[in-house]
Write a protein that binds this ligand. Sequence first.
Ligand code: ATP
Ligand SMILES: Nc1ccn([C@@H]2O[C@H](COP(=O)(O)O)[C@@H](O)[C@H]2O)c(=O)n1
Length: 206
Amino acid sequence: MIVTIDGVAASGKSSVSGGVARALGIPYVSSGLLYRAATLLGLDAGLDLGDPGALLAHLSTHPVRLEPLAEGNRVWQADRELTDDLHSTRVDKGVSVVAAHPQVRAWVDDQLRALPEPFVAEGRDMGTAVFPHAQHKFYLTASARIRAQRRAKERPDDIPDIEAALIRRDELDANQIAPAADAQVLDTGPMTLDEVITTILRAVRA
Ligand SMILES: Nc1ncnc2c1ncn2[C@@H]1O[C@H](COP(=O)(O)OP(=O)(O)OP(=O)(O)O)[C@@H](O)[C@H]1O
Ligand SMILES: Nc1ccn([C@@H]2O[C@H](COP(=O)(O)O)[C@@H](O)[C@H]2O)c(=O)n1
């Protein structure tokens, strides 16, 4: 069984996926972490993020491993854990450029499709491009202001700056952001995290 949870930036995808996965006793997979890892490694190596050839060459000599644990995904490059460095403002700023390269998308998709079922997969195109055959599909939205207010609790930046960056990232990700035709769309603005998780669990178990 595959459950997909897609949505706009900071709509709650990883928090909700973690809660759903724990309740179902299966792992969840954060596809965004792989795009973030490619971006971090590119930045650390001083590469031009607009050059997919250079990025892919670097990734082939610096393989990345995603550990899809239900209690939180971890990402490794050899024995260096990247997880805590993946949600910085500099990675946020560069990641959409990296994710726009078809070669990088193929690098991510190959790793995701090699994972053994069952799992919850979260990202932008899990229910559309990567796992169109998934049994249960959800798509999370919320206004940019609400998402920025939530994210401000985790970042030192001001709410208007966070909101502008989220809107910018959604614009850059526009090619990937669209709910699958068979996805249930949830506006999480008026919902608590527990309410979103419970709604999804009810639909999956129905
Ligand atoms: N329904 C909700 N009510 C209140 N807070 C929420 C809700 N959903 C998510 N949050 C909070 O919003 C923040 C962003 O959530 P999360 O990191 O899960 O989003 P995301 O979609 O995975 O983000 P990104 O796209 O940047 O990876 C977190 O602090 C999370 O606890
Ligand atoms: N399926 C996906 C997932 C992510 N991206 C790109 O990665 C960025 C970071 O993702 P988060 O889920 O951590 O926000 C995102 O802004 C996209 O550029 C993607 O393209 N497809």
